[in-house]
Design a protein around this ligand. Structure first.
Ligand SMILES: Cc1ncc(C[n+]2csc(CCOP(=O)(O)OP(=O)(O)O)c2C)c(N)n1
Length: 369
């Protein structure tokens, strides 16, 4: 990088930074360093189960969309380790400010997955978590980066009230180009808020590749500009993900401020069901990324270290498929929301032009019902 310095001009260094990268397990499921003692076989089996169910859920959700039973859906194929680690490590009293690729987190936080399908079915009741009156997690946020501001605000409330709670928010690497993200990290740093920013760096923001998105070497370095720690983690290594989540959550709970975790992964799927990634991702690059995905390596590790075998795998798959069927049944059997809801809850008094639209829609619905 060019600098001001020249043989005749000397400058004094007043700050510098480095970004560290964490990995415990490579893509063959081999350890690259010893794993921390608090990560037990039970924990890893729980994660494996949750990540597998997330993958089945994902496939099912795409099928529901393709058969006209659900709306647009963003897959998290190949990115399950990120969401699973967040969901496992957050405490109940913490609050989650999600973006739209966090199905594994919802699963592990005990959110009814039929609510998530309801949401993607275009029905806002899916965000209400009606069966969980204590659930304070925020709704899925599709407008890019808004959720980071909500998380900073929530974290300020926890700090102000002296509560030992942490706000956790997620965002894609592309989303970190948005102003709202910078405003949120700036506030988090200035006030040392108890918030964790997890960036799902899946290399693509729809069709924009990371190299066109930013000149930064690492997204994690954006935290340095805001005055707090940023770390880069192998986001397909669930062990590294849970370790870094634990670190960041403990730190925030102890009043030691925010952390940004950049989770490196790859989007081995379309952006959403409304996209066709084949039109812009080079096939070789796309296919090569499958070798690094998180489930395959965790299974390889479990086979080597815990003797996980095919009989156990098949038994687990049977249970998970039954669980999934129950989720889908609950979603499909939920009575439909009234078609007029979109008019009835936005304004106190419906503006003139919408009154006739509401009537027209009601008449159309009566004919087609
Ligand atoms: C404010 C805003 N601008 C544009 C969009 C359209 N949009 C939806 S997803 C997306 C790309 C996001 O990419 P990234 O942040 O990398 O996350 P990823 O989807 O890859 O997980 C864009 C531009 C939006 N939802 N909100």
């Amino acid at each position: 990088m060019p600098t001001h310095e020249s043989p005749s001009i000397r400058l004094k260094t007043i700050a510098g930074f480095s970004i560290q990268y964490l990995q415990f397990m490579d893509h063959h499921g081999n350890l690259t360093q010893a794993i921390p003692n608090d990560i037990t076989p039970e924990t890893l089996l729980k994660l494996y189960r949750a990540m597998t169910l997330t993958r089945l859920f994902d496939t099912k959700a795409i099928n529901l969309q393709r058969t006209g039973q659900m709306g647009t859906y963003p897959s998290c194929h190949g990115q399950e380790a990120i969401g699973a680690a967040i969901g496992l490590m957050m405490r109940k009293e913490d609050v989650f400010y999600p973006y739209y690729r966090d199905h594994a987190t919802f699963l592990l936080r005990g959110t009814p997955m039929s609510d998530i399908l309801t949401y993607w079915g275009g029905d806002e009741r899916g965000s209400a978590f009606e069966s969980q009156p204590d659930n304070q997690d925020f709704p899925i946020c599709v407008p890019i980066a808004d959720q980071c501001l909500h998380a900073a605000g929530g974290a300020f409330a926890f700090q102000y009230r002296n509560q030992k709670r942490v706000a956790v928010t997620t965002i894609g690497e592309g989303g970190t180009s948005q102003g709202d993200f910078y405003e949120a990290i700036n506030l988090a740093g200035a006030w040392q808020l108890p918030v964790v920013f997890v960036v799902n760096n899946n290399q693509w923001a729809i069709s924009t590749p990371i190299h066109a998105q930013t000149a930064c070497k690492a997204i994690a370095q954006k935290a340095i500009a805001a005055g707090f720690e940023g770390i880069q983690v192998d986001g397909n290594d669930v062990i590294a993900m849970i370790h870094s989540m634990k670190y960041a959550l403990d730190k925030a709970r102890e009043g030691k401020g925010p952390t940004l975790i950049e989770a490196i992964t790859y989007r081995i799927c379309d952006h959403t069901t409304a996209d066709d990634a084949k039109r812009y991702i080079p096939p070789k690059e796309f296919d090569a990324a499958f070798a690094f995905e998180p489930l395959k390596r965790l299974r390889a590790y479990l086979e080597k270290e815990l003797g996980w075998d095919d009989t156990q795998e098949q038994a687990m798959l049977k249970e998970l498929n039954d669980e999934l069927q129950a989720i889908v049944k609950q979603f499909l059997e939920r009575p439909k929301a009234a078609i007029t809801d979109m008019f009835d809850y936005l304004y106190e008094t419906l503006p003139e032009q919408f009154i006739s639209q509401r009537e027209e829609l009601t008449a159309w619905n009566n004919i087609n019902d």
